[in-house]
Design a protein around this ligand. Structure first.
Ligand code: THU
Length: 169
């Protein structure tokens, strides 16, 4: 979905939860959820002040269903926006929904632990880091790469030409 010009999140401005809820409600109304009947809309404000939205898109082969947050993250990346600061996920009836586990992990990559999640009117927003403590992130992959390069350096002493390389000369 396209970013909205009616941004409730100008850079540095306080988060307008009402505006985010309005955008999430509009997205929920467009959701494609004929199987579960649970329409979900997500609206988030990015660091650059833009608002991105998404809705769930179900599929007859249930496992292929796309969550509203996935659509939102896709719009975020495709639109070239910076990471998310605040997010509201609402059901079609307007109640705030907690993102599923998979979406928490996806959101972590594009927002980080300080992302504020709407917990519903009159309730304090929650930090993503509190909903997904000890998250797996790219630092684990960097450790593998570092270990591999150390192992490679140990296996091949400097100046050594591998026999396979010699054979190719
Ligand atoms: N759903 C979302 O869109 N986001 C979530 O975080 C949880 C679940 C959708 C997927 C499916 O279409 C419906 O809610 C019922 O699981």
């Amino acid at each position: 979905m396209t970013p909205s010009a009616a941004s409730p999140g100008r850079v540095g401005a306080p988060i307008s939860w009402d505006a985010l809820r309005g955008a999430a409600g509009e997205a929920a109304a467009r959701a494609y959820a004929p199987y579960s009947g649970l329409q979900v809309g997500a609206a988030g404000v990015c660091e650059d002040g833009q608002v991105v939205t998404g809705c769930n898109v179900e599929n007859a082969s249930f496992g292929l269903t796309l969550c509203a947050e996935c659509g939102l993250v896709s719009a975020l990346v495709a639109g070239g926006h910076s990471h998310l600061v605040a997010l509201s996920v609402l059901a079609g009836d307007g109640r705030a929904l907690p993102p599923c586990g998979r979406c928490r992990q996806i959101l972590m990559e594009h927002a980080g632990p300080e992302l504020l999640l709407d917990a519903g009117e009159g309730r304090a927003p929650q930090r993503l880091g509190d909903l997904l403590p000890g998250a797996f992130d790219s630092s684990e992959l960097a450790k593998v790469a570092a270990r591999k390069s150390v192992a490679r350096r140990r296996a091949v002493p400097a100046g050594t030409v591998r026999s396979s390389a010699r054979g190719r000369r």
